[in-house]
Write a protein that binds this ligand. Structure first.
Ligand SMILES: C[S@@+](CC[C@H](N)C(=O)[O-])C[C@H]1O[C@@H](n2cnc3c(N)ncnc32)[C@H](O)[C@@H]1O
Length: 469
């Protein structure tokens, strides 16, 4: 896929058809489409061009005939080809012969189209080139001689010849050329586009949505393999002015963040167990800890508020999914005032499933637990579904007896260490044999434990649930 990008693109000398300026904030999701008239197009330099309807109308016009969504009739859409819109914003499409000369940042850039309601679609730049198959992606503002309906206005992307209209994005308000990375490990060359303040004249300069100034994000960065970070998480890390993380995450995210952006959070905040607790409810050292935790929390809250007020993008980074046994799980509650956006991540659980290479939902149920607290065991009512344990810092020696109280000794168990890292390993046995399998080997800090009959499903049935007879 990345090869497609290599064919094209260089940044041109700036040729503008309208005023360059600070990028206006997108309208709020609640905004009514008919009121949204301006189109923001941002190029790879981070420079935003705001087109009024009149300026849009002066760009080279084109028409495309295609099926109207949700009916069998054809419609004639009229507007401006998307590559012409990009050209107006200063993106120059070069000939393939010169592609090798183009900066890596342009070869890997992609185009993010955003709607007023938050819907987003990504295109590769190469998709807009006639020589790449001639797909004429159109930014339409009229259909069958009429302005677009309120549901689709002010602009709708028309992708002719597609099955399904998922990428026929309506109510388009922003088109952003985004830097990609040539390697998931490496940050893109050049400075990350700086968030810019909304001008006072912007219509509906409303509370920001994604990636606009002054936002707080809780971001999952995936289970370890840097290629398993989402496109969105990588972009937010790259654009963030400040990235808060705990010390062990520093190296994991180093390849994604701007220099100097990382700030290590106080370990007192980890897990948020005592965040907001009342010191009077505790005694001795614990009371002291609660007091200090609340001081750290207040400091952090104040700092984040200041950053947001100054228009900065703040990211709290966590590995895996940020709400699954996460040390930052309390952020949505305690930073509620800043309306943090949660960006999910691939959990170590997903990575461990992949390492096991089988469907793990045994007898129709899956329980996910943490540490050695498996709930209040009733020795007579054993578990039958698959149990997955995020071990945290629990020792296997403490965990095994609790598992043995819940499952028969011949129940399969799998231990997945360092899922998605180069050192990934899977050890299998039964609850009765696993100690022998390990042979006294010390497990690494990161591992998940799976227990249940589902792990023993025969190969032909491994991706299917098995139900008790
Ligand atoms: C604080 S929890 C964080 C979980 C994270 N939010 C997630 O979704 O994967 C840490 C525990 O997750 C598990 N874990 C995290 N990364 C792992 C990996 N790459 N391989 C195996 N287990 C992992 C371990 O049990 C570890 O003790």
């Amino acid at each position: 896929m990345l090869r497609l990008f290599r064919l094209l693109l260089i940044l041109p000398p700036l040729c503008l058809v309208s005023a360059w300026g600070a990028e206006p904030a997108p309208p709020s999701a609640a905004a009514q489409a008919p009121c949204v008239r301006h189109l923001v197009v941002r190029n790879l330099d981070g420079k935003a061009l705001t087109l009024t309807p009149g300026e849009f109308a002066k760009l080279p016009r084109a028409t495309v005939r295609d099926k109207l969504p949700h009916c069998d009739q054809d419609g004639v859409y009229e507007g401006v080809l998307l590559h012409e819109v990009l050209r107006a914003a200063g993106v120059q499409f070069e000939s393939p012969a010169d592609a090798a000369k183009s900066p890596a940042a342009m070869r890997t850039a992609y185009v993010l189209v955003e709607a007023a309601d938050g819907y987003q679609v990504v295109f590769s730049i190469a998709e807009f080139l006639p020589r790449q198959g001639g797909r004429q992606v159109l930014l339409a503002n009229r259909v069958n001689g009429e302005p677009l309906s309120a549901k689709a206005a002010p602009y709708q992307v028309i992708v002719p010849g597609t099955v399904g209209c998922e990428r026929w994005i309506r109510q388009v308000t922003r088109i952003l050329v985004q830097p990609g990375t040539s390697s998931a490990f490496a940050p893109p060359p050049g400075p990350a586009p700086a968030p810019q303040a909304a001008p006072a004249s912007t219509p509906q300069a409303a509370p920001a949505t994604k990636e606009t100034p002054g936002r707080v994000y809780l971001v999952g960065t995936g289970p370890g393999d840097p290629e398993l970070i989402s496109v969105k998480a990588a972009r937010l890390l790259r654009q963030a002015d400040v990235v808060f993380c705990y010390s062990w995450m520093k190296d994991e995210i180093a390849g994604f963040v701007q220099p100097g952006a990382v700030q290590i959070a106080s370990p007192l905040l980890m897990g948020g167990q005592y965040c907001g607790a009342k010191p009077a409810d505790f005694e001795g050292e614990l009371r002291d800890r609660v007091v200090r935790t609340n001081e750290e929390l207040a400091k952090l809250q104040q700092r984040v508020k200041e950053l947001v007020a100054a228009g900065k993008t703040v990211v709290f980074a966590d590995n895996g999914d940020p709400l699954l046994f996460s040390p930052w799980g309390w952020i949505p509650q305690h930073l509620d005032e800043c309306r943090p956006t949660v960006v999910p991540g691939i959990s170590s659980f997903n990575a461990a499933n992949a390492a096991l290479r089988q469907g793990v939902v045994g007898l129709g149920s899956l329980l996910i637990s943490s540490g050695t607290e498996l709930g209040n065991a009733d020795a007579e009512r054993r578990l039958r579904g698959t149990l997955v344990v995020f071990t945290q810092r629990a020792k296997l020696d403490e965990l095994l007896p609790k598992l043995q109280a819940r499952y028969a000794a011949d129940t399969p168990i799998a231990i997945v260490c360092d899922a998605s890292y180069p050192a990934e390993r899977v050890m299998r046995g039964t609850l009765g044999t696993i100690r022998d399998v390990l042979g006294g080997e010390k497990l690494p800090p990161l591992y998940l434990v799976y227990v249940g009959d589902g792990l023993a499903a025969p190969p032909c049935c491994r991706s299917w649930q098995r139900w008790p007879k």
